[in-house]
Design a protein around this ligand. Structure first.
Ligand SMILES: C[S@@+](CC[C@H](N)C(=O)[O-])C[C@H]1O[C@@H](n2cnc3c(N)ncnc32)[C@H](O)[C@@H]1O
Length: 197
């Protein structure tokens, strides 16, 4: 199983704002590109993938949307409109939720009002955590266990405090080279590195 967590710090948790922001400063298209490259391959999809999108531009609570590829009956198209449509549908379902509630959206998709750091603490229980960082250990030198989980951000970096939490959880820093890439490009290279083993 491969797990990806995208911390989308600029992504609005309001459907209208999310969709209106496509191509604007918040760049919610990053969510669609990351989902697309995590789940889809040509003419098929990868069943062994879970993706968490954590949307943090909010008036109340972060929204964490979990996509489990093997449980999704209607994955739909891989274009931005379809993928952001799935995100928007989850945001609609999450309206009015209190802190740390969870609701099903459709088969394989759930939404929670859980924050990034809490999510990562939960994942640490049964995943090997990696935070993507151009200055980390080259991915080819890293040994992977059964359940690696890769942590990424949108265009806004992880706050410094988060690294203290991640260090406490034993998170390792992994590099895909010195060039700064999009999160979605990292996902492709991570899949490739694991596919080759
Ligand atoms: C566009 S980058 C984030 C850029 C952000 N301004 C920053 O300084 O972190 C998106 C995500 O990809 C990761 N990333 C980008 N290039 C990488 C590389 N060469 N190796 C490992 N991770 C990388 C970043 O760590 C981040 O999680």
């Amino acid at each position: 199983m491969r797990t990806f967590v995208l911390r989308a710090r600029a992504a609005p948790t309001d459907r209208q704002k999310l969709l209106a922001a496509i191509g604007q400063e918040a760049h919610p298209e990053i969510l669609a590109h990351t989902l697309m490259n995590a789940i889809f391959v040509a003419q098929s999809h990868r069943p062994d993938v879970v993706v968490y999108l954590v949307l943090e531009s909010t008036q109340d609570f972060s929204r964490t949307i979990r996509f489990e590829a093997s449980a999704m009956h209607a994955i739909g198209g891989f274009d931005e409109r379809s993928l952001l449509g799935k995100v928007a549908a989850a945001l609609d379902v999450s309206r009015g939720m209190g802190k740390e509630e969870s609701r099903p959206v459709e088969s394989g998709v759930t939404v929670r009002t859980v924050a990034f750091e809490r999510l990562v603490q939960e994942l640490a229980a049964d995943h090997q955590l990696f935070v993507m960082d151009p200055k980390g250990t080259p991915i080819r030198e890293q040994v992977f266990a059964e359940r690696p989980c890769f942590l990424l951000t949108d265009h806004i970096p992880m706050p410094k405090n988060t690294f203290h939490t991640l260090d406490r959880l034993g998170t390792k820093r992994i590099s895909l080279g010195r060039k700064m890439l999009f999160a979605s490009q990292c996902v492709v290279l991570i899949h490739h590195a694991l596919d080759e083993r």
